[in-house]
Design a protein around this ligand. Structure first.
Ligand SMILES: Cc1cc2nc3c(=O)[nH]c(=O)nc-3n(C[C@H](O)[C@H](O)[C@H](O)COP(=O)(O)OP(=O)(O)OC[C@H]3O[C@@H](n4cnc5c(N)ncnc54)[C@H](O)[C@@H]3O)c2cc1C
Length: 399
């Protein structure tokens, strides 16, 4: 029985499920091992339960990785069109764009996505063992010995091909584990340093109360550092900053670094002040800012800016201070909210270790890594699932 599988797949998340389904469509037999009591736990809660399952504009530039070229092979073999046609064909699911190319099922139900896989796995005769935790994978002869606990009982399996689709560290309560990384390390594979990504950032120290006072306020902003820039909303919270633009920059942020926020990216405050002056400059700085920001935000600006000053009486230094504060607001986060609040993990098994067309390790025949375990981290907006589907597909072709 154990030897009859073409491959054993560890993890019934996005990558593992796609891998098993595609293997099934090719007439192969796989066994999926999953420690949770249901498949696709993360898919089910993704995108607020609606699952942002791909992004129309996916390209290698939307990923953080030590080697962006690696993705060309994967994305030429499995495209966004392939994702759309797969879910349409096997689940009658059509995507609806919400914003910035982000596609969600029209039904708005993530469970429809998981149902596609459970049905396909069943119809193509793939096995899935739930409540089964893999404890170790060891190379033995021409294959791998897998030690696991299944519903409390220890068991041993052997298979020539093993797929690590066991994800990364974010959200332990959804089954996240360092199992892929730990095993890769034991096998002498290189790991690119990991960190939480797409994660809210914390502010402590003397500025903390300023952020707390603004908790709940959202502002459309441009958040930039020396590497990248994102224009989307930011959200002030009791402990710091969140919202899509902050989650995006967090993937490019390193501890101790600063970044800037343009709090009014669609306007030039210097130009607005000039126009106000031409009109007599009778209003105060605060009144002008009121046209573009919430009352709460303008009050908060009072800590840094002379909001009571009449525009007509402003000097050059005042104008520069206002422009710098509005367009180059400097932020130095204390840290991030950690793996339990992160959407993904940055880093992972180095792409240098993998064949870009099959995701098989170069060192060990029959050993594959896909999905979040690999050093490929997508932006917010469906990119991570697109990588998970693509990597599952690629591996399946080689099983
Ligand atoms: C709150 C949240 C919302 C998200 N929303 C989106 C979104 O809308 N769009 C998007 O593109 N991305 C989203 N993501 C990211 C996306 O969910 C992941 O990138 C993706 O699920 C990774 O797929 P994976 O198959 O590699 O890993 P996972 O989906 O994490 O699957 C790994 C599986 O392996 C199992 N496992 C781990 N260790 C073992 C072991 N030792 N034995 C047996 N089983 C094991 C785990 O239980 C898990 O089920 C979101 C993430 C979070 C946390």
């Amino acid at each position: 029985m154990q030897g009859n599988y073409d491959a054993i797949i560890i993890g019934a998340g996005a990558c593992g499920l796609m891998c098993a389904a595609q293997a099934g469509l090719l007439g192969k037999r796989t066994l999926v091992l999953e420690k949770n009591d249901k498949p696709g736990a993360k898919i089910l809660i993704s995108g607020g339960g609606r699952c942002n399952f791909t992004n129309l504009y996916t390209s290698p530039e939307n990923f953080v990785t030590a080697n962006p070229h690696f993705l060309h092979a994967a994305f030429s073999q499995w495209t966004v069109e392939d994702t759309l046609s797969f879910f349409d064909t096997f689940g009658d699911i059509r995507g609806e764009e919400k914003t910035l190319g982000q596609l969600f099922p029209k039904s708005n139900k993530a469970k429809d996505i998981v149902a596609v896989f459970t049905r396909l796995l069943y119809e193509t005769g793939q096995d899935i063992w739930l409540r089964t935790e893999v404890k170790s994978v060891m190379r033995e002869g021409e294959g791998y010995t897998i030690l696991l606990t299944r519903e409390g009982e220890n068991q041993e399996l052997f298979c020539k091909k093993v797929v690590f689709a066991s994800g990364g560290l974010p959200v332990a309560k959804l089954g996240a584990s360092d199992f892929a990384l730990k095993t890769a390390r034991q096998m002498g594979l290189q790991i690119v340093e990991i960190a939480p990504a797409l994660v809210p950032l914390t502010i402590t120290g003397k500025d903390a109360s300023w952020y707390t006072a603004l908790a709940g306020n959202t502002i459309f902003s441009r958040v930039s550092n020396t590497r990248i820039s994102f224009e989307e909303n930011i959200l002030f919270t009791h402990w710091g900053l969140s919202g899509p633009a902050i989650l995006q920059i967090s993937s490019y942020w390193r501890a101790g670094e600063r970044f800037t926020i343009d709090l009014l990216p669609k306007f030039d405050i210097t130009e607005l002040i000039r126009k106000e002056r031409l009109a007599g400059g009778k209003r105060t700085v605060g009144q002008l800012l009121n046209d573009y920001f919430t009352k709460k935000m303008v009050e908060a600006f009072g800590k840094y800016l002379p909001i009571g000053l009449k525009i007509a009486s402003m000097g050059k230094a005042d104008a520069k201070l206002i422009a710098d504060t509005i367009h180059k607001f400097m932020v130095k986060p204390a840290g991030d909210k950690g793996y339990d609040k992160a959407e993904v993990m940055r880093g992972g098994v180095s792409t240098d270790e993998l064949n870009p067309r099959t995701l098989e390790t170069k060192k060990y025949r029959g050993l594959y890594f896909g999905g979040e375990a690999v050093d490929i981290t997508g932006w917010l907006g469906g990119y991570n699932f697109q990588w998970a589907w693509a990597s599952g597909f690629l591996i399946a072709q080689d099983l």
